[in-house]
Design a protein around this ligand. Sequence first.
Ligand code: C5P
Length: 222
Amino acid sequence: TKAPVITLDGPGGVGKGTISGLLAKRFNWHYLDSGALYRLAALAAMNHGVDFSNESALSVIAEHLDIQFKQQEDAVVILLEGDDVTRQIRSEEVGSNASRVAAFSRVRDALLKRQRAFRTEPGLIADGRDMGTVVFPDAPLKVFMTASAEERAHRRLKQLQDGGVVATYEKVLQDIEERDDRDRNRSVAPLVPAEDAVVVDTTDKNIDAVLDEVLSLVADRG
Ligand code: C5P
């Protein structure tokens, strides 16, 4: 029998990472940050000078990604080919390239097995765009988080500034809207709620309120 999994999908800046991390900690479950895999594939492609329109070269990069997620005290350190890229993969440049890489079906296929391998006992919180629709379609609880683009831009801006990155609201909003557009309109695994997903609108809600809402869904399904 398969380990339990809860999927959290939604657009960028909606707070999935924060909520997923809190859930994983509370249940002591594993955590899959699938966006990080696409970001790592994008960064590897950048490092190796691969053209972002070359699907077959990009799929080779994705297939052979040399990555490690290392738990260090309370944080996860991400290594790409042995280098600590934990901060680097969070840049808007890498995020935007990740969404280009992610539009190719061969890249997505190359990352599929790696994502499913995270599903081990005692359970998994899976964070992404297609966790409920493609990667874990049998998940007993699927959450789809939404918020207005403006609210997500404010959250993302704060996150960047807290990390010491200089950014403007206008630029962050523009990046978010461009990325949303690409993620929603691509032909493979577009960003849409699974038919059986519960949509949680997080606009005007703080982290505690969203966490409570998700925990009550978990209790209902439990
Ligand atoms: O969530 P994050 O912003 O880190 O994801 C970066 C990009 O990776 C997204 O804009 C999206 O294009 C892609 N992605 C995806 N499927 C996932 C997770 C991320 O296509 N499951």
